[in-house]
Write a protein of this length. Structure first.
Length: 258
């Protein structure tokens, strides 16, 4: 299998491939010796790929900082020289690695629904793009947060809203879909339809938005909310490509609370 064939296979799993996805770096026609799946191609992920003889990295997030848009022409030219990017590019070039991004493809096929299964949500009553709405049995918000902490194995969750309120309809804003730059998604799919949204990441701007839009907002963590689906994606690829080693690297948030 070539890199480009793996990329085409990922697209075949969903409705369409988004512009920010595909072969980001490396040779598209090179034969794949091994695959490493990871949320972000950090230095640690790249080093593991080299040790495990994986020459293809399938990542969910961007290869380079910052999160680039087409309008950022100056940043597009400057960013490869950023300190945070130079080492990644050096390792990739030296070891002849190829990088494929599976962003919305992974969200649509794996991430949203695997998160829902992990916390034992019912079948969604509404499904559109990567939006899901679930009818809940008036579970108290504080009880649902306790359940989340147990199922996701985390100690702290931030909540905007009344812990004594009851959840009637719940939406999922996977990964960064709860961020301020994605509020159009929240407004279109959840405001007026849900009383609570389970988000991976939400900045302070989005937290005020949720409060004034009368949404309870539960924030678990961007990578944490998507790693669940990416692990399942890894197992899926192992079954599809039995002759190619496929491994998973879990990005863990740096730093600590003190």
């Amino acid at each position: 299998m070539k890199v480009t064939e793996i990329d085409k296979f990922l697209t075949s799993l969903v409705d369409k491939k988004w512009p920010d996805e595909g072969v980001l770096f490396g040779q598209a026609e090179i034969e794949v010796k091994g695959i490493l799946v990871t949320w972000m191609p950090t230095l640690e992920a790249l080093y593991l790929a080299i040790r495990r003889k994986c020459n293809l990295i399938i990542c969910h997030e961007e290869l380079l900082f910052p999160y680039l848009k087409e309008r950022d022409k100056k940043l597009l030219k400057e960013s490869p020289n950023w300190v945070a990017n130079r080492k990644r590019l050096e390792i990739i070039q030296k070891n002849n690695l190829s990088i494929v991004r599976s962003h919305y493809r992974a969200d649509q096929k794996f991430n949203v629904d695997e998160l829902a299964r992990t916390i034992d949500l019912p079948e969604p009553i509404e499904r559109d793009f990567i939006a899901r709405v679930y009818k809940m049995d008036r579970i108290p918000l504080k009880d649902f947060v306790k359940l989340l902490k147990e199922r996701l194995k985390i100690d702290k969750i931030k909540v905007i809203g009344d812990l004594n309120s009851h959840i009637r309809k719940l939406g999922i804003a996977i990964g960064g879909m709860g961020l301020g730059v994605c509020l159009g998604f929240m407004e279109r799919y959840y405001v007026g339809k849900c009383d609570t949204v389970l988000a991976g990441e939400a900045d302070e701007y989005a937290q005020f938005y949720a409060k004034e839009s009368k949404l309870n907002l539960i924030i678990t963590g961007h990578a944490l909310s998507e790693n669940i689906g990416l692990k399942v994606m890894t197992r899926f690829l192992k079954k599809q490509f039995t002759d190619i080693p496929v491994v998973f690297f879990e990005n863990k948030l740096p730093g600590k609370y003190i």
